[in-house]
Design a protein around this ligand. Structure first.
Ligand code: ADP
Ligand code: ZN
Ligand code: ZN
Length: 736
């Protein structure tokens, strides 16, 4: 019976490919989880062996042997493969492409996984020397011997972390035969002794924090999902730190997922300040090489804590003890580009279950799905109601824009409040979710509005840069001095952060202003500089977009101004209210984190809107209850399951035609499955292409997936499937 290797390759085909073992003598039979290089058409590809079989649908004579086996040990252990295979199935995406998105590029091209590390360790002679109190006159050598005796084999990085140049001492000791170096698979390195893990002790826990740590710690060693619901500043991060401390002391490792590392440098700083253990940091701003190094640190087990963004949910973490998902409601945990549209938050829960470890989903504004899981008893809800650092909760108030004079987007009560807080020495945060100077350029004579040629959208005025830019496709043109249609003069209409900053600078000439949006934060260092200006009190007013809602800590901000809550109150996307409530609560949480109480003003033309009133009277909980009821009535998720089949094409007709054909293939869908659409997207034309979507809805997850399993292979056979660009999005979070 021949041995057949099933190899997953990075191709759009949904199945693995069969190969024979390599013919070259001495090539080991590659086990599951190892990479192989194989011939594929006229190319050579690197793939991963996902199964070994004893027969193939392809006649043996036509099977080719693999060319090379790349890994001496599996690159993916059974647990890693399991999560990838499950993700491929759940998101209906080809396993080869799923695997590819989980691995750093160099590994996909065949770079070695280099699982072993060079370590220094004591020899028997060294132990004898130490016992005899040798060496007497070389204190550095002696302290290095003592260190190695105390902690066992140590890598260069471990020794570096103890400070000082230890290398000359190491050379001298090697020459005497008292220490030796060896290649050690890091996984088998002894964990650092418990006494060496915590660099600085944290504050004494509040009772709620302690209760949360105990509840989660009681589940170490088995699966349990926890929702850590605590307002900003309630000490969630401190709970993670304590929990991770326990996990490290038990010799295990932790995986921490965060939305965006660039925006939360403070989190990393806190981890580094607390722990003396090696960490690996994985995020999208790394170069391929940096990512490979971080991945290897995780894979080898050297890193005791792996911190990363979305794709880190696939990072290898031997001896995993706990998974933390911070700001679990954040939309960036859902991959929204390309074909493999996974939710890292959902996969984290699945991974925890498979690895039999607890998972902690932390947020000040948990996703409605997550709260629903808690209500249904699948997750356990832990609450932190108080602020840790003895700050009072901010007071939320609405400013009715219909009743007050508004100048350049800012109402009189808002200006008065700013005046008051600034005079009292506080800092003010002004939130507006629109960057640029103004969202519209208008001709004052003929009414012409500068449009994007490629999108159903207007161009945004960027005055300082002298440009008109499209925020959807990136189109960029010089700012025209006159109307392109009639030649009369043009003016910017509406407000963006750039203009608000200008207005406030004129109104408060003595108050330095900082602006935070993607136009001003472009490279590493920009954000740190802004943070420094705010934390030091050098800047008194901060004007910013969504970016200001992320975990920055400015103790002296006492007033938060939400300039426009109304975008999002009337969206066609059923999730828009949830996102708006989360944004308001998150940005409000930036007020009064220090000793002073904070105030939050929300400008709106719809002060009676149920979303705003439920938020004001019942806080996020009140809002969530009302919103979940609405979802239940409309049978939207989490009370049903959704998938979106989306496409784009060169004409609106072609975009709709593919989805119409797909719908026709389904005939009369099975009981319990509904097809809604196809319809053009709300912004149909984007970047020169026309977008449309077809929703698939079902009450039951299993019914939906059974249907998709049968339907997708048929869709792939459609002729139009090759002329449009299409994707399937399971559990979509943004509908357009
Ligand atoms: P969150 O992650 O919920 O926003 P943090 O853990 O960052 O909250 O805590 C907010 C602030 O309170 C931080 O400055 C933190 O150091 C401090 N803090 C947290 N827990 C305590 C505690 N038990 N005692 C005193 N200060 C604390
Ligand atoms: Zn004109
Ligand atoms: Zn555009």
């Amino acid at each position: 019976m021949p041995t057949i290797l099933r190899v997953a390759l990075d191709t759009p085909l949904r199945r693995p490919f069969d190969y024979l073992p390599a013919t070259a003598p001495d090539t080991p039979l590659p086990g599951v989880g190892r990479r192989v290089r194989v011939p594929f058409g006229r190319r050579r590809l690197v793939g991963v062996v996902v199964a070994i079989a004893d027969s193939s649908d392809v006649p043996t004579a036509r099977l080719k042997p693999v060319l090379e086996v790349l890994d001496p040990q599996p690159l993916l252990d059974a647990a890693s493969l399991a999560i990838l295979e499950w993700a491929a199935q759940y998101y209906h995406h080809p396993i080869g492409q799923v695997l590819a998105s989980a691995l750093p590029r160099p590994l996909r091209l065949g770079a070695p996984a280099a699982a072993s590390l060079r370590c220094w360790q004591l020899t028997a002679a060294g132990e004898a020397a130490l016992a005899a109190s040798e060496p007497r006159r070389a204190p550095r050598q002696r302290s290095l011997l003592e260190l190695l005796c105390e902690r066992g084999p140590a890598t260069a990085a471990d020794l570096d972390s103890h400070g000082g140049d230890w290398r000359p001492a190491a050379r001298a000791l090697s020459a005497r035969g008292w220490i030796s170096t060896e290649q050690v698979p890091a996984v088998s390195l002894p964990p650092p002794p418990a006494s060496a893990i915590v660099r600085t002790a944290g504050p004494e826990l509040l009772s709620e924090q302690a209760a949360a740590v105990e509840a989660i710690a009681a589940s170490l060693g088995r699966f349990a999902a926890f929702v850590l619901h605590g307002i900003t500043g309630s000490g969630k991060t401190e709970v993670y730190l304590r929990l991770i401390e326990r996990v490290l002391q038990a010799g295990q490792r932790a995986l921490v997922l965060v939305p965006e590392i660039g925006l939360t440098p403070q989190l990393l700083t806190r981890f580094r300040a607390r722990f003396d253990a090696p960490m690996a940091v994985l995020h999208s701003a790394l170069t391929d090489h940096e990512r490979l190094l971080a991945w290897r640190d995780a894979f080898s087990g050297r890193a005791r804590i792996v911190i990363g963004t979305r794709s880190a949910v696939f990072a290898p973490v031997p001896d995993l003890g706990v998974i933390v998902v911070d700001e679990e409601h954040d939309g960036s945990f859902k991959q929204h580009e390309g074909g493999f549209r996974y939710s890292a938050r959902d996969l984290a829960v699945w991974r925890a279950q498979h690895a039999a470890v607890p998972v902690v989903l932390g947020s000040a504004t948990p996703a409605l799905e997550t709260l629903h899981n808690a209500v249904a008893g699948r997750y356990r809800l832990l609450r932190l109601e108080r602020r840790a650092a003895r700050a009072a909760l901010p007071l939320l108030k609405l400013v009715d824009l219909r009743q007050h004079a508004v100048q350049s987007g800012i109402s009189t009560p808002a200006l008065q409040a700013m005046q008051k807080h600034l005079a009292a020495g506080g800092q003010v945060l002004v939130f507006l979710n629109r960057r640029g100077y103004a969202p519209t350029l208008l001709c004052t004579a003929c009414g012409w509005i500068a449009p994007c040629r490629e999108c159903d959208a207007r161009l945004t005025v960027h005055l300082a840069a002298g440009r008109l830019r499209c925020h959807h496709c990136g189109a960029d043109a010089p700012l025209p001095p006159r109307c392109l249609q009639c030649g009369f003069s043009v003016k910017p209409v509406g407000q963006g952060t750039e203009r608000i900053a200008e207005t406030l600078a004129a109104r408060f000439p003595d108050m330095p202003i900082a602006r935070l949006d993607r136009d001003v934060v472009r490279q590493r260092g920009d954000l740190e500089e802004l943070m420094r200006r705010m934390s030091s009190g050098e800047a008194r007013i901060l004007v910013g977009t969504q970016m200001v809602t992320k975990g920055h800590h400015f103790p002296d901000v006492t007033l938060v101004l939400v300039l426009n809550a109304d975008q999002g109150l009337f969206s066609t996307d059923f999730r828009a209210p949830e996102r708006l409530a989360q944004t308001i609560v998150q940005v409000a949480g930036r007020a009064g984190r220090g000793a002073r109480a904070g105030e939050v003003l929300i400008q709106t033309e719809f002060p009676d809107h149920p979303l705003l009133t439920s938020l004001l009277t019942g806080g996020y909980d009140g809002f969530a209850r009302a919103a979940l009821e609405e979802r239940a009535q409309a049978a939207w998720p989490p009370f049903s399951r959704l998938a979106a089949l989306r496409d784009s094409a060169a004409t609106p007709q072609a975009a709709l035609a593919f989805l119409t054909a797909a719908r026709a293939l389904a005939g009369r869908p099975p009981a319990g499955v509904q097809l809604l659409g196809p319809v053009p997207a709300a912004m149909a034309k984007r970047a020169g292409r026309y977008h449309a979507q077809l929703l698939i809805e079902s009450r039951a997850r299993a019914t939906l997936h059974r249907f998709l399993d049968e339907w997708l292979p048929e869709i792939e056979q459609l002729k139009s499937a090759r002329t449009v660009r299409w994707t399937l999005d399971v559990d979509p979070i943004a509908l357009f």
